[in-house]
Ligand binder design. Structure first.
Ligand SMILES: [Ca+2]
Ligand SMILES: [Ca+2]
Length: 186
C-alpha cells in the first residue's frame, strides 16, 4: 500500500510490490517519456495497465500502459471498454473492422500534417480500447514494412474523449509511407 499524501514520481521510478511473506510480486520501472503515456506525466491521468490478467504482463514495457479514460483514473474499477463481440466484423458498415474502431475510435483517424516542428503524424486512440494494440509501421516501397522507431517529439492530448497523439517524422529526403496496424491483444 502506498501511504496517503505521497505520490509516484512524475519522472518515473522503480515500483516493487512484495506480498505478506516478503516475496516480490512485481518489480519494474515506469517512465515519463514517450512511448510511456504522456497524459499520466503530471496531467492528472493515471497509468493503466492494458492487460492485467495476462500471464506474462511485461510491466516494464511502455506499450502495455495507457492513460486512464478520465482524470484521476478509476480506483478499484476498470475503465476498459467492452471487447468487441466480433472483432473482425464491421458493425457500422464503414469498411473499418470493429477491432480497429475499438482501438482507434470511429473512423480511425491516422494522418500527416505540416506543423512548426516539421511533418507530423497525427492519430487517435480510445482510452480503454485495450483489446488491440496500435503499431505504426513505415515503408519505402509499400512492400516491406517495419515497425517505426524513428519518430520524435511525441505529444499527447485528450480531445473529445479520445487520446490525440502526434509525433514528428524526421526529415530524410526519401519517400516514406506510414500505416497504422492494430493487432489483437491475446
Ligand atoms: Ca466499422
Ligand atoms: Ca465506424
Amino acid at each position: 500500500m502506498i501511504p496517503a499524501g505521497t505520490a509516484l514520481d512524475n519522472g518515473g521510478e522503480v515500483l516493487k510490490v512484495d506480498d505478506a511473506t516478503g516475496s516480490t510480486v512485481v518489480e519494474f520501472r515506469f517512465g515519463d517519456r514517450a512511448p510511456w503515456p504522456l497524459l499520466a506525466d503530471g496531467e492528472g491521468y493515471s497509468l493503466v495497465h492494458m492487460n492485467p490478467v495476462a500471464g506474462d504482463v511485461h510491466h516494464g514495457d511502455a506499450g502495455n500502459w495507457r492513460s486512464s479514460a478520465v482524470e484521476g483514473g478509476s480506483p478499484g474499477a476498470s475503465d476498459a471498454l467492452p471487447v468487441p463481440v466480433d472483432p473482425a466484423g464491421d458493425e457500422d458498415g464503414d469498411g473499418l473492422i470493429n477491432l480497429l474502431e475499438h482501438v482507434m475510435g470511429d473512423g480511425a483517424m491516422f494522418t500527416a500534417e505540416e506543423a512548426a516542428a516539421g511533418r507530423t503524424l497525427v492519430w487517435q486512440v480510445r482510452p480503454g480500447g485495450d483489446a488491440g494494440q496500435m503499431v505504426i509501421e513505415s515503408s519505402g516501397d509499400l512492400g516491406v514494412w517495419q515497425t517505426e522507431a524513428g519518430l520524435t517529439g511525441y505529444a499527447e492530448a485528450m480531445v473529445g474523449g479520445l487520446i490525440r497523439r502526434s509525433a514528428v517524422i524526421p526529415a530524410s529526403g526519401e519517400r516514406r509511407y506510414f500505416r497504422a496496424r492494430v493487432v489483437p491483444v491475446p
